[in-house]
Design a protein around this ligand. Structure first.
Ligand code: ZN
Length: 289
């Protein structure tokens, strides 16, 4: 008797990812050959995320795992290390970035800042790790992954140029980005902004009253027009700062999670990395003008 036909989904490479940015990256490179399941959806803070039992099961069943790395998923790192020891293919997409391009902000105890996707050129450097990882598991698709990876890098090159031009619409002295947590250091370096986060690079420690008071002083002193809440961080503390300093909330921007698949804001598909970056930059430039 003929064996029952397997469903199309079962023939695809089963990939599990963490944050939405990595999920999108693997989909861009993998195309039709891969089935990608992201553990963290829109609005989820990766610094605080702990793997549920169901996540562990998904990771164990995955054929290839991609996560962001540099301790972005701080509470999951031990799990990835253990999974990698079982000979499973586990990749931090950021491993392909040259260390000299990484930032090491004060107070990080020698750890790198993980928010690399806010410099499009660094995120583009993560494409090759995905191409390599998928190609090693699925040699028949290697040429396809390489071609798709090249095409995506070309798209990212255009995105970076667009972002530079959009940022240049603001005079230097107006390029001050104030947000809930310090996720925008790479953005600052790439696009010429000064950034201030109420909380540190991780959201694990909350802002103190002293942090809030000093940010209020900064906003008044520098006559900052607007500050920005983030979709994956509780906005309360920053809203209080805005009120105390008499500045407006310029909008909600994406930091450590993108929008839902197909979600459109201001004409941009914020469920993709490309659209999320364009939405953020447009929102910031419009509010600060
Ligand atoms: Zn963060």
């Amino acid at each position: 008797a003929a064996l029952p036909l397997a469903g199309a989904a079962e023939q695809k490479i089963q990939v599990v990812t963490t944050v939405t940015m990595v999920t999108d990256l693997v989909r861009q490179v993998g195309g039709e050959r891969v089935e990608v399941r992201g553990l963290m959806g829109p609005g989820v803070d990766p610094h605080l995320y702990k793997a549920a039992a169901s996540d562990v099961a998904k990771l164990q069943q995955a054929e290839v795992i991609f996560y962001s790395g540099l301790l972005l998923e701080g509470k999951m790192q031990d799990l990835f290390t253990r999974l990698a020891r079982t000979k499973k293919q586990v990749y931090a997409v950021t491993e392909g970035i040259a260390p000299e391009k990484l930032l090491e902000p004060p107070g990080m105890n020698g750890h790198y800042d993980p928010h690399v996707w806010f410099d499009v050129t660094l995120w583009s450097a993560c494409v090759d790790t995905v191409v390599k990882g998928l190609g090693e598991f699925d040699p028949a698709g290697k040429a396809d992954y390489e071609r798709r990876g090249q095409e995506y890098k070309e798209q990212l090159r255009k995105l970076h140029e667009w972002a530079l031009a959009r940022a240049a619409e603001l005079p230097r002295e107006k390029r001050i980005l104030v947000t809930s947590h310090d996720a925008f250091n790479y953005f600052a370096r790439a696009y010429g902004f000064e950034v201030v986060g109420l909380q540190g690079v991780s959201t694990v420690s909350e802002a103190s009253l002293a942090d809030m008071a000093s940010l209020v002083d900064f906003l008044k002193q520098r006559k900052v027009k607007a500050i920005f809440v983030e979709t994956s961080v509780n906005p309360e503390a920053l809203q209080r700062v805005a009120q105390d300093a008499g500045v407006k909330i310029g909008g909600e921007i994406f930091s450590d999670a993108m929008g839902a698949p197909g979600e459109v804001r201001e004409g941009f598909d914020v469920g993709t990395y490309d659209g999320m970056m364009r939405y953020n930059m447009s929102t910031i430039v419009r509010a600060m003008k």
